[in-house]
Design a protein. Structure first.
Length: 235
């Protein structure tokens, strides 16, 4: 079921909109709110995960799912999942920050699923920029020398700051209880340019399982936009 949370904090230009999508075995079942239908009852690897239009079009495609084992001599099963996210703004619309969260759940009560690895673990930067800020401080010479001098000494203070597009990835626990069952990524714009986030992002996650039963993935997408974009009915 889709759950929209909107929040605009005083003094901030960013507008926050949260959308949570629960992925069921079959799209369109009661309560799914997914609006992307399977072409067959047993189609679990649907290519179109998410399609939303508005001031900014958001698309998520399931590029590849590979099932196997953690290693040749391992008794743990594994699945590699690759997703591509596309962010397509219209006109001057932009997303300043986007967070993707994948929550994995076992299909049986006694089953177990764990996020082993994610792409882009830690923090990465893209297209860094530097910006120099200069401030002049003046001191009257009259305080220290002959009154016949009327000039002023000037001291220039320069401060250089660096900014970049950043991408942070990781895995998370639920309620501080292992194993890690959440894979998450946050993509943020360059704070000195305010040009929005990149138009696409491809992520991958490796999960392990102790059986071959079906498992579930719940997709949560949160974004921050400027107020102008928000007023255009973002989703």
């Amino acid at each position: 079921m889709s759950d929209h949370d909107q929040d605009s904090l005083p003094g901030q230009l960013d507008y926050v909109e949260t959308m949570r999508l629960e992925m069921y075995e079959a799209g369109g079942v009661e309560g799914s709110g997914f609006h992307v239908f399977n072409v067959a009852p047993d189609q679990y690897h649907r290519a179109e995960v998410l399609q939303r239009t508005g001031a900014i079009a958001i698309t998520c495609n399931l590029e590849r799912v590979v099932h196997g084992a953690m290693s040749a001599d391992s008794n743990q099963y594994a699945s590699l999942i690759v997703m591509e996210w596309l962010f397509q703004p219209k006109g001057s619309s932009r997303i300043s920050e986007a967070t993707i969260e994948l929550l994995f759940e076992a299909g049986s009560d006694d089953g177990s699923v764990e996020v082993e690895k994610v792409s882009f673990p830690g923090t990465y930067s893209l297209m860094p920029t530097t910006q120099a800020k200069t401030r002049d401080a003046t001191v009257g010479v009259e305080q220290f020398a002959s009154s016949s001098l009327s000039g002023k000494w000037e001291k220039t203070i320069t401060k250089t700051t660096s900014h970049a597009i950043t991408l942070s990835g990781g895995k998370r626990l639920i309620n501080n209880r292992p194993p890690s069952r959440i894979a998450t990524w946050t993509l943020s714009e360059n704070q000195s340019q305010l040009a929005g986030i990149p138009a696409s992002l491809k992520v991958a996650v490796l999960v392990s399982r102790d059986d071959q039963e079906k498992f579930f993935c719940r997709v949560a997408f949160t974004c921050k936009t400027d107020l102008k974009t928000a007023t255009k009915s973002f989703f």
